[in-house]
Design a protein around this ligand. Structure first.
Ligand code: PEP
Length: 246
């Protein structure tokens, strides 16, 4: 099980460092059995890394550029993240696909570059409400998954199923909806990377109150948590639910 917190563009310097310390303290009893990570804004990665040192909580980045260096103003490269002790890099989050026009081809470049630098990509895929209501959810997600893995030769990654309609809306996929999509993703990954053991996280308004029923589903291997990860106690309760689910 892996529970990763995506802090998005939130928290100032002191709050980010403080929150990291709170997460370390609140998840201390679980980090031996559950993989736990926080993904702060890029500007606070260094300070949060310092606070996480020696703990069981890993550091993740919210984004990464596919090139190692060059004229890409404002971007951060995979080797730069590795230098900071970053372990995971979220790629293809729906906010980046929708607000910043990232295509699956570009996302695939990021997956390849992140892996080449020794980062573990957390590849996000998910359908919109329109796609779900028109019965296209599974086809959309599997198509996005395949094109976001174009040219990717290594199974060293995590996949996060994040229905766009459930992100930050308070509307969570039902355990059955999540399980059905996770099983489909698991099947596609098994064809793509036979024998590989790839964690599939659910993301979309995961909270302490719904985490246990989601984690009880056989194909859920954890969660990518947005809003609830900003509160260390809520985040720790989700980590505890992952621990209980084994
Ligand atoms: C996310 O942004 O990855 C996410 C799942 O957000 P939230 O938990 O707030 O829906």
């Amino acid at each position: 099980m892996l529970v990763a917190g995506n802090w998005k563009m939130n928290l100032g310097h002191a709050d980010a460092v403080g929150r990291a310390a709170d997460v370390v303290r609140a998840t201390d009893g679980a980090t031996g059995t559950v993989d736990v990570a926080v993904c702060p804004p890029a500007v606070w990665l260094d300070a949060v890394a310092e606070r996480l040192r020696g703990s069981g909580v890993r550091l993740g980045a919210q984004n990464v550029h596919p090139e190692d260096a060059g004229a890409f103003t404002g971007e951060v490269s995979p080797p730069m993240l590795r230098d900071l002790g970053v372990h995971y890099a979220i790629v293809g989050h729906s906010e980046r696909r929708q607000l910043f026009g990232e295509t699956s081809a570009f996302v695939a470049e990021k997956v390849r570059a992140a892996q080449a630098a020794g980062l573990v990509p957390i590849l996000c895929v998910g359908e919109t409400l329109e796609e779900r209501e028109s019965g296209d959810a599974e086809a959309t997600v599997l198509d996005q998954l395949a094109s976001s893995l174009e040219g990717v030769g290594s199974a060293d990654l995590v996949v996060a199923y994040e229905p766009v309609w459930a992100i930050g809306t308070g509307q969570t996929a039902t355990p059955d909806q999540a399980q059905a999509m996770h099983a489909a993703i698991r099947g596609a990954l098994a064809e793509r990377f036979p024998g590989a053991d790839i964690d599939i996280l659910y993301g979309g308004s995961v909270k302490p109150g719904n985490a246990a029923e989601l984690f009880a589903q056989p194909d859920l291997d954890g969660a990518l948590v947005g809003g609830a990860s900003l509160d260390a106690e809520s985040f720790a309760a989700i980590v505890a639910a992952a621990k209980d689910a084994g």
